[in-house]
Design a protein around this ligand. Sequence first.
Ligand SMILES: [Zn+2]
Length: 187
Amino acid sequence: MSPAGLLSVLCVLRVKFENAGAGLTGLGPERHVAAMGREKPSFMERAIAEAGAAGRRGEVPVGAVVVDGATGNVLAAAGNRTGDLSDPTAHAEMVVIREAAAGLGAPRLDGCDLYVTLEPCAMCAAAIGFARVRRLYFGAYDAKGGGIEHGARIFDQPTCHHKPDVFGGIEETRCGALLKGFFADRR
Ligand SMILES: [Zn+2]
């Protein structure tokens, strides 16, 4: 092989080596962040946005999101609609459970997770149990109206036949601040 020929072979090998190196280091920093974002999107952020929108409509600012645990797809997102629908049961959780189940065409939300900005009341906790929600993530604790860690403690009762995994206090301060601001403005 001529020196020129050897040089061109070495150049090709070097390019291959560099490409292999790029492959070994994996994704660049931007793509790595984007990939992480896909893996762990902040569904509580979406629930907080829904709560804020509900407050601007004059509803108690609570928001909820139902997510398909397998795909990460949002199946339903809503805020409280008790005033809008003239329906005392139209808490954010009830609205998203109904919407998600209707969308799936199924009577239960097997494998789904529910995010809500406030500790669910006893009614919503019972509905979450009926829906067979996999995981419940809630924001602020509600000593006055909650039914998970307070009051009826629905999931601790022998009459409750499905208890989701429960994670409370997610973005607790921000979720609570929405409610405090709403009620302070009304006084
Ligand atoms: Zn409720």
